[in-house]
Write a protein that binds this ligand. Structure first.
Ligand SMILES: N[C@@H](CCC(=O)N[C@@H](CS)C(=O)NCC(=O)O)C(=O)O
Length: 214
């Protein structure tokens, strides 16, 4: 059995952060498909009892450990592999700052917006959609400005802060109804730099469950 198992599904940008990191560090890993859409697996008592009391993906199983929260998992993998690791107190705190911003304000709004637009039945209420899109675009502009003077979020080399922030940004523009790369030239160039790293794969290639059945 591979060293790591990642509980995930293709449409989850939260899980993609971890799948991408595992691939980029050349880890021995396999996805464990979580049937979120057809079976609501994350909401079952079994999942919450045996996998994650928070009822979420991603979960990384490693030996006896089951870790959740992508920011925690990225930190764990960076510490173990020494790759994409922020070095020293200033970098560690700066990475954490961007990971929290991402979870709450960037992909924290973009993820639910995309979910309500593409997968929820009924689709999202227009006022809620406008609110989420506005908040996500505000955060994208903040990230774009940050990247105007840096190759990567912390500076010259990619770290877990970058791997967190790309979470939802490679999904097709049609799923958002606006083109993130076309509207943000610094984000577009940065996405290209991360895509060029050896081992990069698109979320729909890296994780099971695409296309959705039914
Ligand atoms: N902050 C968490 C977010 C995880 C999250 O929201 N995952 C979604 C899938 S993209 C989920 O599992 N939702 C389960 C549910 O709503 O039942 C992380 O970064 O890991």
């Amino acid at each position: 059995m591979p060293e790591y198992q990642l509980y995930c599904f293709a449409q989850s940008g939260n899980a993609y952060r971890v799948a991408l990191m595992l691939n980029l560090i050349g880890a021995d890993w396999e996805p464990r498909f979580v049937d979120f859409f057809a079976k609501g697996e994350t909401r079952t008592p079994e999942y919450r009892e045996r996998v994650n009391e928070m009822g979420e993906v991603p979960v990384l199983a490693h030996g006896d450990k089951k870790l959740s929260q992508s920011g925690v998992i990225l930190t764990y993998l960076a510490d173990r592999s020494g790759k994409f690791r922020p070095e020293g107190e200033d970098e560690r705190l700066e990475a954490l700052r961007w990971i929290i911003f991402d979870n709450q304000k960037l992909n924290g709004y973009l993820g639910p917006y995309r979910f309500l637009k593409n997968f929820a039945k009924p689709a999202g209420d227009p006022a809620a959609m406008a609110f989420l899109q506005g908040r996500a675009k505000n955060s994208l502009a903040i990230l774009d400005k940050r990247l105007a003077t840096r190759e990567f979020v912390l500076g010259e080399r990619p770290t877990i802060a970058d791997l967190s922030l790309v979470g939802y940004l490679y999904y097709p523009a049609e799923e958002f109804g606006f083109d993130i790369a076309a509207e943000h030239k610094n984000i577009a160039a940065w996405l290209g730099r991360i895509k060029a790293l050896p081992g990069w794969q698109h979320p729909y290639e890296l994780m099971p469950g695409y296309p959705l059945k039914g």
